[in-house]
Design a protein around this ligand. Structure first.
Ligand code: N01
Length: 525
């Protein structure tokens, strides 16, 4: 008999809820977590300015009515300390810590077909077995560490946004940030007022839409009065959250009307800005109308036209993850901030004194790497996952293969929460996490009620799902950008569009249907 019914890997938002729900249903569950506390993303990513880009009223659990009524968010978009407190509060409120082993990283998973269980090995030498394993390992949890010459030669302090130390002091220092995605933008905006000088090394200019963040105020009680209905409606939206303005098609908006429409959506801000247009990701001409308009907004915020020109993105808006900012572009109007376009002045190497880009050596006290993650598959293939002669790394060499983003054939009883080929990173992660966690718990209850203990997707259904997700993505502009959705940020990684683009509501209908049909496409034994 296995040591546990279920081992869950990771104590972020997915792992915490998976533990709670399965334990409530009488399963014996152990969570194994690499960090020393709960919180996942929000435990590790403590860099200055870190906050969520989906409104907290949506980026929060809905599974417990008392929890959602009692928790008070202070801002429209919560900052990392508040999100981490929330995760800790949930862990304490539901007494979750007693089933979590902290400070142990899962290194290997081995399926034994005879005993029908997984053997789980961790970095601290522990070996445990479980009938089922749920990888709640996060989509953006394995940092990408660019192979920059001389990185170890730097005589100053080298910091990573993805594992930020508590004692980083930046005041008055000469600081560089490499990377201008969401993490870079938030860091740059937060530290610009305190550092001595700031040099930003940009490879690709991004689109950032204003957050209009601020105290949440009375909006919270208005939401709470109808929270259950709101959450139900959010689960049927494409993105897993709601936007205040109605969705329209750009094709129906004339050239003269467009500026006023975009102004209105800009005032709402955040990811809703592009979510509002159903055809923005399918029609290149319509996308270009919005992209052009946003470029003009960027240009207007930056005093020096030469600097503004460098900040203008060239790819179609929203084909890479949109950034949500609070005064990012304005930072470049400060005298102590310099933008280096590394497509024109490539980083030759890191030196003992700083960064040599083009022919200039930038002398620095601190280099901050905000260079992103091996997204979606990174955390799964970082583990040595084996089933007989099959390894997950080999199976996914040409891109991930899953059924519903929940399981991969050949690896029975192994689930992924928000795995590749599910809406995951294209959605409000909390909505998608809760859906997957509930779906997995229902399947395990279903198996137990029938005296069954093995589940695996059928090859044909997996093939169909992979094809369907690729075909759907190809109907959009998304695969055209060199994004982390495509694996394009990791040298050597197969370029395949990884998330399911059909949206949360459509995905729910499919996965609900699969369950209602007795888990169609899965072999239950
Ligand atoms: O990572 P990124 P991130 N030399 O991959 C550049 C979520 N998130 O951590 O675009 C020089 O977006 C890279 O350039 P390029 C959110 O989903 C959310 O910022 O690949 N530069 C890019 O500019 C987000 O999308 C929040 O050409 C290099 C940057 O580094 C996701 O996490 C906050 C380089 C990496 O940007 C990832 O965001 C933070 C190299 N060798 C994160 N390699 C919020 O909720 C990469 N770059 C707001």
């Amino acid at each position: 008999m296995a040591d546990h019914d279920v081992i869950v890997i990771g104590a972020g938002f997915a792992g915490l809820y998976q533990l709670h729900l399965l334990r409530q249903r009488g399963f014996d569950v152990l969570v194994i977590e690499a960090g020393e506390d709960v919180g996942g993303t929000w435990y590790w990513n403590r860099y200055p300015g870190a906050r969520c880009d989906i409104e907290s009223i949506e980026y929060s659990y809905s599974f417990d009515e008392d929890l959602q009524q009692e928790w008070i968010w202070s801002e429209r978009y919560a900052a990392q300390p508040e999100l981490l407190s929330y995760a800790r509060h949930v862990a304490d409120r539901f007494d979750l810590r007693r089933n979590i082993a902290f400070g142990a990283r899962v290194e290997a998973l081995d399926w034994d077909e005879t005993s029908r269980h997984w053997t789980v090995r961790t970095s601290n030498g522990h070996v445990r077995t479980a009938t089922y394993v749920v990888a709640a390992t996060g989509c953006l949890s394995v940092p990408s560490r660019p192979d920059l010459a001389g990185l170890d030669d730097f005589g100053g302090e080298l910091l990573w946004t993805s594992s930020w130390p508590d004692d980083a002091g930046l005041a008055g220092k000469r600081v560089a940030v490499v990377g201008t995605g969401s993490s870079g933008l938030q860091t740059i905006t937060a530290i610009a007022p305190v550092v001595g000088s700031l040099t930003v090394f940009q490879r690709t200019a991004c689109y950032a839409v204003p957050a209009h963040n601020g105290p949440i105020g009375d909006a919270l009680s208005a939401v709470k009065a109808r929270y259950t209905d709101r959450r139900a409606a959010s689960r049927m939206t494409p993105s897993g959250y709601q936007c205040p303005l109605e969705t329209t098609n750009l094709a129906e908006i004339s050239a003269t009307e467009l500026p006023a429409v975009l102004d209105k959506h800009w005032e709402v801000g955040g990811l809703c800005f592009t979510d509002a247009f159903a055809d923005v990701l399918v029609d290149p001409d319509e996308n270009e109308r919005v992209s052009t308009w946003v470029r003009e907004r960027i240009r207007a915020k930056v005093d020096d036209p030469a600097v503004a020109a460098k900040l203008l993105p060239t790819f179609p808006i929203a084909t890479k993850r949109l950034c949500v900012d609070t005064g990012y572009y304005e930072v470049y109007n400060q005298d102590n901030v310099e933008l280096v376009d590394i497509t024109a002045e490539p980083i030759e190497r890191i030196t003992e004194r700083g960064i040599l880009a083009g022919t200039r050596e930038h002398e620095l006290d601190v280099i901050i790497m905000a260079t992103g993650f091996d997204a979606m598959t990174g955390a799964l293939t970082a583990m040595d996952v084996r089933s007989g002669d099959l390894t997950l790394r080999e199976k996914w060499e040409d891109g991930p293969r899953t059924y519903l983003g929940l399981m991969s054939g050949g690896f029975p009883n192994l689930f992924t929460v928000c795995g590749p080929q599910s809406p995951s990173v294209l959605s409000n992660m909390l909505t998608s996490i809760e859906y997957h966690v509930g779906w997995i718990a229902n399947l395990l209850s279903h198996l137990r009620a029938r005296g069954l203990a093995r589940v695996e997707p059928l090859p044909e259904n997996e093939d169909n799902w992979v094809r369907a997700t690729n075909d759907l993505a190809d109907l959009t502009l998304m695969p055209q950008a060199a994004s982390w959705y495509m694996g394009a940020n990791i040298p050597g990684k197969q370029r395949v569009f990884m998330p399911f683009v059909g949206g949360v509501g459509m995905y729910k209908q499919v996965a609900d249907g699969v369950a209602a049909a007795g888990y169609h496409g899965f072999e239950l034994t």
